[in-house]
Design a protein around this ligand. Structure first.
Ligand code: GUN
Ligand code: ZN
Length: 430
C-alpha cells in the first residue's frame, strides 16, 4: 500500500502576483492548515486534507511555514566548486575562476560528481527546481539530467554554447553548437521532469553565426526555453557594443538572431535601456534577478520592483557560483537589501512569491511547480521559523505571522529547512 502524507502547519497560499497587485490580495498564510500528498501530487489543502487512515503518515509542522519548494531561475551547476572566489569583477572572474573550472567538465565522471553535489546542496536549501547552465560539453548536460532524474526533480538545463572569447578547449562552433544542442534537446526535453533550454552563454562568447544557428534551432523547436545573460555589467555592455556595432543595444544582439521570445529567460538584466525594457515586457520574456551575484561581483542594483510594476515577469535566482550562496533564503535577503539601497522595501510575501511562483512562471512551469494547490506536484519546502537562537528570539516576539516569517528570510539558511519534498517524497529531513 502506498502511503499518503498529511503535513500540518502554516501553509503559504497564492491568489495572484503580489508584485503586480497589493500583496495582501495575492498572498495569504493559512495558519494551522493542512496539505495532503497523494501519488506525488498535492491532493487537497485545508479542511479537505485532514484525512486519517492506516495509510496516512502525519508530519506535524506546527509553527512552521509550508512553502512551495524554491525554484532557482538561473544557476551554473558547474561553478559549484568555485563559489565565493575572491576579488574579481565579471570578465576577470570568468577568465580567472570560471573557465578553468568549466574545463574540468570534459571529464564526464567529474561532471557527474558535481551534478550530484550541486543538486544535493540545492535540496539541503529547500530548492526543488533549478534552471542551470551546463558547460560546452554535452556530457555535462547528461550528468545534470541524470542526477535530476534520479531525484525526480523538475530541472531546466542546456549546453552552454561559446565559439569565441573563451579559452581553447572551451569553444565549440556555430555548427557543433547547433548539432549538439539539437541532439540533447531531442533526447532530454520532456523526458520525465527534464526540460531543455537552448543556452548561448552571452553575446560576447558567441559569433553572430552561432547566435543565428541557435536562433534557427529555437525557431525549429519553439516549445523549449532559451536562457542567456543580459546587461550584467557596464564593461560587458561596452564590450558587446564593440563586438556588435550594428546592434541598437545589448538585447538587440539576441533579437536580431531570433533569440528574443516569451520562452526566453534573461539573467541579471540590470542596466537596461528603455527600448530593452519595453521589448522584454512586450514579448513576455522572463528575467532572472540574481541579487547575491549582482552584489558579489559588483554588477549593480537591478530595479526589480520597477520592472515588475511595469508588467515584466521576474524570477529569483542564486546565479551559483557568481552568486555567493546556494540558499534562496539568502537570495531573498539580498533582494530585500538591494531594493532598500534603491529606496524600496520588498514585503516577505513578495520575496517568497518571487522565489517560487515567480521563478516557475518565467520557466513556464506554473502548471506543476511554484504554488501549493490541488493537482500541483508535491515539491515542498517546510521552513522552521525558529532555526537558530537569534531567529527564535526574534520570532517569539513577533505579533503577526509575517513578522515571524521575515527574520527567517533575512537570517535563515539551510538550518531553517525542516523538510524538502520532491514529487511526494521527502528527500531532506532535519
Ligand atoms: N555572463 C556570462 N557568463 C556568466 C557566468 O557564468 N556568470 C555570470 N554571473 N555572468 C556571466
Ligand atoms: Zn549566470
Amino acid at each position: 500500500m502506498t502511503s499518503r502524507h498529511l503535513l500540518t502547519g502554516h501553509v503559504l497560499q497564492y491568489a495572484g502576483n503580489p508584485l503586480a497587485q497589493p500583496w495582501a490580495d495575492a498572498v495569504h498564510i493559512a495558519e494551522n492548515s493542512a496539505i495532503l500528498i497523494e501519488n506525488g501530487q498535492i491532493a487537497a489543502i485545508g479542511e479537505d486534507a485532514r484525512v486519517s487512515g492506516p495509510d496516512v503518515v502525519h508530519h506535524d509542522h506546527t509553527g512552521r511555514l509550508i512553502c512551495p519548494g524554491f525554484v532557482d531561475a538561473h544557476v551554473h551547476y558547474p561553478q559549484t566548486a568555485i563559489i565565493a572566489s575572491w576579488g574579481k569583477r565579471l570578465i576577470d572572474w570568468l577568465n580567472t575562476y570560471t573557465f578553468p573550472e568549466e574545463m574540468r567538465f570534459g571529464d564526464p565522471a567529474y561532471a557527474a560528481e558535481i551534478a550530484a553535489r550541486y543538486l544535493d546542496l540545492a535540496l539541503d536549501h529547500g530548492t526543488t527546481s533549478v534552471a542551470s547552465f551546463c558547460t560546452i560539453h554535452p556530457a555535462s548536460v547528461d550528468a545534470l539530467f541524470e542526477a535530476s532524474a534520479a531525484r525526480n526533480m523538475a530541472v531546466v538545463a542546456g549546453k552552454t554554447c561559446m565559439d569565441r572569447n573563451a579559452p581553447e578547449g572551451l569553444r565549440d562552433t556555430a555548427q557543433s553548437a547547433y548539432d549538439d544542442s539539437k541532439a540533447l534537446l531531442e533526447h532530454w526535453d520532456r523526458k520525465g521532469r527534464a526540460r531543455y533550454a537552448i543556452t548561448p552563454r552571452f553575446s560576447p562568447t558567441s559569433t553572430p553565426d552561432q547566435l543565428a544557428a541557435l536562433g534557427a534551432l529555437w525557431a525549429e523547436h519553439p516549445g523549449v526555453l532559451m536562457q542567456t545573460h543580459l546587461s550584467e555589467q557596464v564593461d560587458e555592455i561596452d564590450w558587446v557594443q564593440g563586438l556588435y556595432p550594428e546592434a541598437r543595444d545589448y538585447l538587440d544582439t539576441y533579437e536580431a538572431y531570433g533569440l528574443l521570445g516569451a520562452r526566453g529567460v534573461y539573467g541579471h538584466a540590470i542596466h537596461l535601456e528603455p527600448r530593452e525594457i519595453d521589448r522584454l515586457r512586450d514579448v513576455g520574456a522572463g528575467l532572472a534577478h540574481c541579487p547575491t551575484s549582482n552584489a558579489f561581483i559588483g554588477s549593480g542594483l537591478c530595479d526589480v520592483m520597477g520592472l515588475s510594476r511595469a508588467g515584466q515577469a521576474v524570477g529569483l535566482a542564486t546565479d551559483t557560483g557568481g552568486g555567493s550562496s546556494f540558499s534562496m533564503l539568502r537570495t531573498m535577503a539580498a533582494a530585500y537589501e538591494i531594493a532598500q539601497l534603491r529606496g524600496e522595501a520588498i514585503h516577505a510575501s513578495q520575496l517568497l512569491w518571487a522565489a517560487t511562483a515567480g521563478s516557475a512562471a518565467v520557466l513556464h512551469r506554473s502548471d506543476e511547480i511554484g504554488t501549493l494547490a490541488p493537482g500541483m506536484m508535491a515539491d515542498i519546502c517546510v521552513l522552521d521559523l525558529a532555526s537558530t537562537p537569534a531567529i527564535a528570539q526574534r520570532a517569539r516576539e513577533a505579533g503577526a505571522i509575517w513578522d515571524a516569517v521575515f527574520p527567517t528570510i533575512m537570517m535563515g539558511d539551510d538550518r531553517a529547512v525542516a523538510q524538502t519534498w520532491v514529487a511526494g517524497r521527502c528527500l531532506r529531513q532535519s
